[in-house]
Design a protein around this ligand. Structure first.
Ligand code: KET
Length: 401
């Protein structure tokens, strides 16, 4: 008998497992609205033109394959902090930002979780209810206790702002509050600028530490600066802030695993020490990060022409999702005779729409209509074409009623 006999079968991942089921489906009507990955109107994966141009540049220049430093590519770390905070941000000029290249958003969140586990024993992380399917796994595996703050209100299909504020107020002083910088996953519901001000107030009052997950900068509104405004608000108030970044969606670098962990500290002396400890955590975890994605980001942002072209392509991607969102709303409104108000779909932002379908109804979407989505009722509009909106509306209406 095997020595690994005691190893049980792990359950499929709630998000990435959906793509596996989709691939196994032979029906040609099938629709993958599971993973948050952009597809074109032809439902094909999309490699941005600027990425291809940057890669051609890199090939011409010839690159060696030497190890990167533990903290990653310096040119990348510079531009990623500037993209997030604005190149003129005083925190950057005062050397108060500790930035380490991470294995995309997931790896960056994991680095932060390890730092919290090591230096804030007993501290809790508060995460939104609901939140991205992998947040709980990351903190569980890093042995960081977490609890939830109210976020989604099924009655209004909107933000339970009062519940959110009271749960953040009620948390033990000095808790980490995990916030989605923009395009909240899975609800697509973001606080208004006024609500962000109040969230910052209560976090400051309670001496909590804000911890942003920024996986969609530029992808939500189409503007890099607008989508970073929540983070910049907290930094402008002089708060110390943790920010995990990902270039999976906004630059389409999903499998390059390129992201960053930024810790905005109150002094440069502290930032230097924090960075040194992030390196100490990274070295035994994966030693040093992959170069290719970091070079692409540094080359795209470092060249004004490529940078502008990237911004145009981001607006195109965000724009396509907005038209698909509108078309889905129009199809649902035209077809549904029940008088249900579907306008919540238009109020949501980013890649996802939180349909309110429960698990059984989501199962019906898959079993009967071959529409693949996550069981919390989330659909990725990035995987939807205008041509398929009517079909999807039929499936949703059939599953709802
Ligand atoms: C909020 C959020 N944070 C971090 C990540 C991690 O992405 P990375 O590729 O590690 O940078 C994702 C990915 N979300 C999509 C894909 C996934 O689940 O991994 C999703 O929600 O479908 C997020 O939606």
């Amino acid at each position: 008998a095997s020595r690994f006999e005691g190893v049980s079968m792990a359950p499929p991942d709630p998000i990435l497992g959906v793509s596996e089921a989709f691939r196994a489906d032979k029906c040609d009507l099938k629709l993958n609205l599971g993973v948050g990955a952009y597809r074109t109107e032809e439902l094909q994966p999309y490699v941005l033109n600027v990425v291809k141009k940057a890669e051609n540049l890199m090939l011409q220049r010839g690159e060696n394959k030497e190890y990167l430093p533990i903290e990653g590519l310096a040119a990348f770390n510079k531009v990623t902090a500037e993209l997030l905070l604005g190149a003129d941000n005083p925190a950057i000029h005062e050397g108060r930002v500790a930035t380490v290249q991470g294995l995309s958003g997931t790896g960056s969140l994991r680095l932060a979780a390890a730092l919290i586990e090591r230096y804030f024993p007993g501290a809790k992380v508060l995460i939104s209810s609901p939140t991205w399917g992998n947040h709980k796994n990351i903190f569980n595996d890093a042995r960081v206790p977490w609890s939830e703050y109210r976020y989604y209100d099924p009655k209004t299909v909107g933000l339970d702002f009062d519940g959110m504020i009271s749960d953040i107020k009620g948390a033990p002083e000095g808790s980490f509050i995990l916030l989605h910088g923009c395009a909240h996953n899975p609800t697509g519901i973001d606080p208004t600028p006024g609500q962000w001000e109040k969230i910052a107030d209560v976090i400051q009052e309670k001496n909590h530490i804000p911890f942003f997950d920024v996986a969609y900068q530029g992808f939500a509104s189409g503007s890099l600066d607008e989508d970073a405004s929540s983070v910049r608000l907290f930094v402008a108030r002089g708060m110390e802030v943790l920010v995990a970044q990902s270039y999976s969606k906004n630059l389409g670098l999903y499998s390059e695993r390129i992201g960053a962990m930024n810790v905005v500290c109150s002094s440069s002396d502290v930032a230097v020490r924090v960075k040194s400890q992030l390196k100490r955590i990274a070295r035994p975890m994966y030693s040093n990060p992959p170069i290719h994605g970091a070079k692409i980001v540094a080359n795209v942002v470092g060249d004004p022409t490529l940078f502008n072209e990237w911004k145009e392509e981001m607006e195109l991607m965000a724009g396509r999702i907005k038209t698909v969102r509108q078309k889905l709303f129009d199809s649902l409104s035209a077809k549904d005779k029940s008088g249900k108000d579907w306008s919540f779909i238009l109020k949501q932002i980013g890649m996802f729409s939180f349909t309110g379908l429960n698990k059984a109804q989501s199962d019906n979407m898959t079993d009967k209509w071959h529409v693949y989505m996550t069981k919390d009722g989330r659909i990725s509009l990035a995987g939807l074409s205008l041509a398929k909106c009517e079909y999807l509306a039929d499936a949703i209406i059939d599953s709802y009623h």
